[in-house]
Structure formats: structure tokens, C-alpha cells
Write a protein that binds this ligand. Structure first.
Ligand code: SF4
Length: 300
């Protein structure tokens, strides 16, 4: 058994996604696209018990429910899964998409159970643009995010006290379409007090020769240059600078509305972050590169 110190474990849900983000990493995963456990009870997932036993023997305290080709909020038993994971891990978080924050279902209950970071990805604050980037299903994503955050603020303020590690990250993949809007998105997000920070991401591709996304990567690089010129670094996380966006609007009590943001352009080096991964097809892998980890079926 490897004796690496893992930063966290990750449960990667496999299945078709409701969105069609043009930059999706799932497109690089032909093997994964043949899998779907979206409707399977997690107690029937292959090797899931073994994953939990191994993660515990490695002394991993934190787990994220996530995906590389789908959205965990599409998993039928997401609420039960989060509750179950809390029996074995001190911190349970989720990485999901704003397009599936459906207020009518079990989804809010699942999110209420999270004790760690809730990361929500967002393509745009504009319906038409969201649709252009992520397909028809994504058009109301900002509306759903706002609705969820407002409800969270109203009903679940006490959860912050109960779970002090609970944070809300909004993750934005910068691309050729939304790059002119990034500062106005930061402004919107500064108005949502629950947003702890925003991560601006560069389109990441495992295939080196993939030229299709050059325009998007150049859009990020230009934005980065602009941010480094105009903003002052206020902090850093594992070597990545953190900045602060300041709105021209005031909050009721604490002065100008602000939100922190970081620029993410590459996978963190192994010395910084190591994840112990479980794919719902049954694969347990210690390859922190999630796409090759699955496609090459790298085991633990
Ligand atoms: S929401 Fe995530 S998994 Fe779904 S298409 Fe977009 S990037 Fe891919």
C-alpha cells in the first residue's frame, strides 16, 4: 500500500451530463463515456466499501463528491450518499454545477449536509451566454445560483456555526465568450455575501496537441496580464496569488462589497495536493490527474 499523505479523497460520479460545456474534459474520456452509475444505489457500486476502508486506513479526513464528465447533482441518491460519507469522513464537500441547482428536489437537502467546501461552477450571469457555452440546459444557471445562495443565507446561517469549514466557492472557466464579462461576474458575486471566493480557471486540456482551445487559453492569459497589472495580491494559496475585487456598491453595514478571487492555470504539483480517487465504475486510483487516471485505468 502506498504511504503517501493524501490531501483528500474524491468520489467521481460517472454518467451523462445535462450540460454540454464546449471545453468539457469529459470529451477526452471515451472509456468513461461508456459508464453510468447515476441511478445505481451507492451500496451497489463496485469496490466502494474497499475505497472507504482504504481511505480511512490512509487517515484521510476529507472527501469531495465530484465528477469529470457529469455533475454530482444529477446522481439520484446524492442526499443519501453525502449522509453516508459523513459517517466515515470528518469533512464532506461537493463540486457541482449551478445549472443543476434545482430547488424542487432533494438537491438542497444534500447540499445542507455538506460540512466542507461547496464548489459551484458558473459559466455566465447571462442566460443566452450560458446557453452558448454549455447548451440549452444551462440557461438559468446564474438565476439558480442566486436563488440557492439567498435561501442558504436566509435559512442556513446557523450551518456556518455548526460546520466552520463550510465555504462556498464559485468556479468560472474563463473562455473566449465570457472573458469580457469576468469583472461584471465578480461584481455580481461580490453582492452574494455567502460566496467565500471565486476561482478563475484556464481551460485545461490533457492532450498537448489540442489547438481547438487556443483562443480560450489566450483569453485567460490576457485576463491574467490585466489582473496582475490592475489588482494587488492580497494573499496566496499554495503558491497561487489571491486578489480582491471591490465593487462600487456598499453593503448595509460593512462598507464596500468585496470578493476574493484566484487564477488557476494548471494542476497543482503533487507536493501540494494529492487526491485518492474513486470512480463509480469501481476504479480506485491514486493518479491525481483524473482524466488519464481513468482512461489508463491506473489503480492504487
Ligand atoms: S457541467 Fe461539467 S461535466 Fe457537464 S458538460 Fe459542463 S464541464 Fe462537462
Amino acid at each position: 500500500m502506498s504511504n503517501k499523505n493524501y490531501t483528500y479523497a474524491e468520489v467521481l460520479i460517472l454518467g451523462p451530463c445535462s450540460c454540454k460545456c464546449f471545453y468539457c474534459l469529459g470529451k477526452e474520456m471515451p472509456k468513461a463515456s461508456k459508464e453510468s452509475q447515476l441511478y445505481t444505489d451507492f451500496k451497489d457500486w463496485k469496490n466502494f466499501d474497499e475505497f472507504i476502508i482504504k481511505a480511512r486506513s490512509l487517515n484521510i479526513k476529507k472527501v469531495y463528491v465530484s465528477s469529470v464528465n457529469s455533475d454530482p447533482l444529477l446522481y439520484k441518491h446524492i442526499y443519501d450518499l453525502i449522509v453516508y460519507l459523513k459517517k466515515f469522513f470528518e469533512y464532506v464537500g461537493i463540486r457541482c454545477n449551478a445549472a443543476n441547482l434545482d430547488p424542487k428536489t432533494h438537491i438542497y437537502r444534500a447540499l445542507d449536509e455538506c460540512t466542507e467546501e461547496i464548489s459551484i461552477s458558473l459559466n455566465s450571469c447571462n442566460e443566452a451566454l450560458s446557453q452558448k457555452i454549455a447548451g440549452e440546459h444551462a440557461k438559468t444557471e446564474f438565476f439558480l445560483l442566486q436563488f440557492y445562495m439567498e435561501r442558504e443565507q436566509r435559512i442556513n446561517a446557523n450551518l456556518k456555526e455548526k460546520y466552520p469549514e463550510r465555504r462556498f466557492r464559485v468556479s468560472i472557466v474563463v473562455n473566449r465568450y465570457n472573458v469580457p464579462q469576468i469583472e461584471s461576474m465578480l461584481d455580481y458575486l461580490a453582492h452574494i455575501p455567502l460566496v467565500s471566493y471565486v476561482q478563475l480557471r484556464r481551460v485545461y486540456k490533457y492532450a498537448d496537441n489540442d489547438k481547438e482551445f487556443l483562443k480560450d487559453q489566450q483569453a485567460f492569459d490576457m485576463l491574467k496580464e490585466y489582473i496582475e497589472t490592475v489588482y494587488t495580491k492580497v494573499d496566496e494559496y499554495k503558491g497561487s496569488p489571491i486578489y480582491e475585487y471591490e465593487s462600487s456598491d456598499f453593503s448595509d453595514d460593512e462598507g464596500l462589497l468585496k470578493v476574493r478571487f484566484s487564477l488557476w492555470e494548471d494542476v497543482f504539483p503533487e507536493e501540494e495536493i494529492r487526491s485518492f480517487n474513486y470512480y463509480t465504475s469501481g476504479l480506485i486510483s491514486s493518479n491525481r490527474l483524473l482524466v488519464p487516471g481513468f482512461e489508463e485505468q491506473n489503480t492504487f
